[in-house]
Design a protein around this ligand. Sequence first.
Ligand code: HGY
Ligand code: MN
Ligand code: MN
Ligand code: MN
Length: 424
Amino acid sequence: MPGPAAPAFVVDQERHWSRLMQMAELGAIPGPAPEDRGVNRACLTPLDRAARRLLIGWAEAAGLSVSIDEIGNLFLRHEGGDPGAAPVLTGSHMDTQPNGGRFDGIWGVLAAFEAVQSIREAGIATRRPIEVVAWTNEEGGRFAPGCMGSMAWAGAQPATAWDAVTDTAGISFRQALDEHLAAEADLPRRALGPAGRPPHAYVEAHIEQGPLLESDGLDIGIVTGIQGSRWFGVEIRGKTDHAGTAPLRLRQDAVQDMVRAITALNRLTHDPADVLRFTVGKVEVLPNSSNTVADTARFSIDLRHPDAAVLTARGDAVAGVVQAAMRHCRATVQERFNALPTTFPPLVPDAVERAAAAQGLRARRLASGAFHDAQFLVPVCPAGMIFVPSRGGISHHPAEYTSPEQLAAGTRVLTATLLDLARD
Ligand code: HGY
Ligand code: MN
Ligand code: MN
Ligand code: MN
């Protein structure tokens, strides 16, 4: 039986890997071994902006037209035969976690760029334009929540919704964004959102960030949907006191009440089936001194579940559980992010399945445990994702790794999927 037909394009694996490694230098965390270096490139920091500049340079050299919108989403456009046709949109994010890896997000942006460049180099004409997008602030590490760029673009939130959100240095998202937009004032500006012409489809290539593809010996994940995520910020206010003289019964100790709240939330979210995910990843204590009772304790809540009813019920109970745990302090609970579980319509998953099969790659359908910008595109246009394996299922960690060969295979499937969607 002859093997699958060779694709009519060539993805340049060397060039693709080299670009990924150049991006990984922007925020490189010196690691124990070269292959385990991580990346710390938070949203709209000078490093993120340098990465954007590097991409813009490559895109302009490749003949793509570059534009930016009012929340900093970056677009690289390849014209199709019918410029008025609804474009196929593809991309991901460039920002990373503080102790992040070299592939989360950025692979999807560079795979999309490599796909478009390969199509152009092969001289393949597409009816539809193809646009590569780099969404602003998917991770939400520096400025919570994540997915600000895609939420604003899709109209899920106004672009000004997070103006007052500050990072640990007290810089607001609005300040960081305005500084970036001013520095990129020469870039053509484009209206925020689909501007009355939704994309024909959106395809996001991403590392799996979990163990399934590797453990099943598979090359490609055909992503069927994304589980729901809810974020909350809790602030507990008490009173500072002297650690040596203040009697315990008179204290308003914000840390002790925070411990009570987190213990109570552990009971609320206990799930023997280990499906409901509850994470407190960020804790801040003020004045943060060993011999002063804390008057302020802030902590983050990240709740995940594939079932909307469970996520709604447990998430809606969070504030009450925190308040009931207060002994001597006052708490405020603010919801920061609410992304309900998403199922992708068949258009993109079916195109991904055809592309993987045509290239003789081993693929399976699976849902995503991580959230992605694709989640917010679903109300606007048919969306879907392509996963490649993560070594050991590791992500949000410097040891995050996918091989050049696996990434090239994912990029070939993305290229074929884009051609499939851009021709009709
Ligand atoms: O948190 C997430 O699920 C994504 O990786 N930012
Ligand atoms: Mn990501
Ligand atoms: Mn991530
Ligand atoms: Mn994503």
